[in-house]
Design a protein around this ligand. Structure first.
Ligand code: SF4
Length: 221
């Protein structure tokens, strides 16, 4: 996809959703970091069911350490991989206290040293908590980037680099949210809702359906 088309693609998603936000429940950078760590291989909905009570008990690294691994595990036991995640949440809380004065660092390299925090998690935290124009490529964005021709790539990092290169600066900060919500609710994995898709005329997916459904928001090519 060329840059002009990519700009139009993002403009259309932005028009549809002027103020996109993460669907994860959080109250400060620390709870956002914990929520994103817990969301690995789990749904935001599932994470949001567990975190309000966890964050009521512990919304800072110090309180999380005080809570201890067994109680953290108890709060998050409905989330997949909860054993490992409880260990990681406790360990990252200790590191934040020992090395960062109890604060979440606004720095990719430092974030990626924390247990359970990879490039994608660091990108979400930098974007949502610190307003940086990072693009975290999850399964939805990876699919949308490849399927639409917006940023084809073999790995999430390839797609991230492609999106960085093609999305104009003015859309970069919101791009993560727009693309993730588009992938989650419209450009779905098994049955993309092409008939109700605002970027259908721009999408380069060879198998996109040409049928325009009588659905709110459907647009002619
Ligand atoms: S037209 Fe279909 S394949 Fe293309 S972005 Fe929209 S939903 Fe996805």
């Amino acid at each position: 996809m060329n840059k002009a088309k990519a700009a139009k693609f993002m403009e259309r998603l932005a028009e549809r959703m002027p103020a996109p936000e993460t669907e994860l429940v959080y109250e400060n950078p620390f709870t956002l970091l914990v929520a994103v760590v817990l969301s690995a291989q789990a749904t935001d909905v599932g994470v949001n069911k567990a975190t309000p009570t966890l964050f009521k008990a512990a919304n800072s690294p110090a309180k999380m350490v005080k809570l201890g691994e067994a109680r953290i595990r108890d709060y998050i036991k409905t989330i997949g991989l909860f054993n490992t995640k409880a260990k990681n949440v406790l360990a990252l809380s200790k590191i934040l206290i020992e090395r960062h004065g109890g604060e979440v660092p606004a720095d990719r390299a430092l974030l990626e040293t924390l247990p359970g925090v990879g490039r994608k998690t660091a990108n979400v935290v930098l974007n949502v908590a610190f307003g940086q124009p990072t693009i975290a490529v999850d399964t939805h964005i990876f699919r949308v980037g490849n399927r639409t021709g917006l940023a084809p790539g073999k790995t999430p990092h390839d797609v991230e680099r492609g999106l960085e290169a093609i999305i104009p600066a003015k859309w970069k900060h919101g791009a993560h949210h727009w693309l993730i919500l588009h992938g989650r609710y419209v450009c779905k994995a098994r049955k993309p809702l092409c008939g109700a898709c605002v970027v259908r005329p721009l999408c380069e997916y060879p198998a996109k359906t040409d049928l325009v459904l009588e659905t709110a928001g459907a647009e002619p090519a």
